[in-house]
Design a protein around this ligand. Structure first.
Ligand SMILES: [Cu+2]
Length: 242
């Protein structure tokens, strides 16, 4: 398999790429019967030393806590990477989105975003403040606003429409160490890796695809895969931080 790290894997380049591709390839996904669907499965690993960032809260310490180390890549005992976004790029037609789950939630909790990484279909995103301090949840598609929600009260919840596929970088404008990552999918062919780093994407129409593995510290890693009717193709990805 031809595995390569995308040359535009710096965060800025990735943002530019995400915003331009979603404009250039903005056609809506079409649900169509899948004949002889196959599966893509594999494991995302990181073998290097886990990168750490020192977090030093400088306000609201009673709720936000004190200085601490934050891992930039969540790696399990078997080197599996949790919360990598794995998806097939720009699939034009295929399986239905499936039954709608509950509205996705982005929670501000003890001055950390939960979840830190999520993938959602286009739709509503609930933003919630679970702390008795002001949080200002600000999402960007590249340099453009996706949403900007100031929530001064505990238990406030505000629903925002998030309709454009692409990557949204989220920060808190009140607490500069708070970051989250929301991917708005352009097709149902996506998944978030579990704690063991494994993933599986089912009902893929036979064909050749670009498989993208995105992790917020590493960026995007792409590989070409070919799915044959009724078969599973194994696509393991080892993340490399350039
Ligand atoms: Cu905040």
């Amino acid at each position: 398999m031809n595995l390569r790290t995308h040359p535009l894997s710096s965060p800025l380049a990735l943002l530019l790429l995400a915003s331009t591709t979603s404009v250039a390839f903005g056609q809506a996904y079409e649900v169509a019967p899948v004949t002889g669907g196959g599966r893509v499965e594999g494991k995302v690993t990181f073998l290097g030393e886990v990168p750490i960032k020192k977090i030093v809260p400088n306000k609201d310490e009673a709720i936000c806590g004190g200085p601490r180390d934050e891992v930039r890549i969540t790696v399990g005992a078997d080197k599996g990477v949790r919360d990598a976004v794995v998806y097939l790029k720009q699939v034009k037609k295929g399986k239905p989105w499936g039954a709608a789950d509950k509205t996705p939630l982005l929670e501000n909790k003890r001055c950390v975003f939960e979840p830190t990484v999520q993938v959602m279909r286009p739709g509503k995103l609930d933003v919630m403040n679970s702390d008795a301090v002001l949080h200002t949840t600000h999402g960007y598609y590249g340099g453009r606003n996706a949403f900007n929600v100031a929530m001064p009260e505990k238990d406030m919840k505000i629903s925002k429409p998030v309709l454009q596929p692409g990557y949204i970088r989220v920060q808190c404008d009140t607490h500069n160490w708070m970051h989250a990552h929301v991917h708005v999918a352009d097709s149902p062919y996506y998944v978030l890796t579990g704690a063991d780093g494994k993933f599986s994407i089912a009902d893929v129409p036979p064909g050749t695809y670009t498989l993208v593995t995105w992790q917020h510290h590493v960026g995007a890693t792409e590989s070409q895969i070919t799915v044959k009717a009724g078969e599973a193709v194994v696509a393991n990805t080892e993340l490399k931080k350039l």
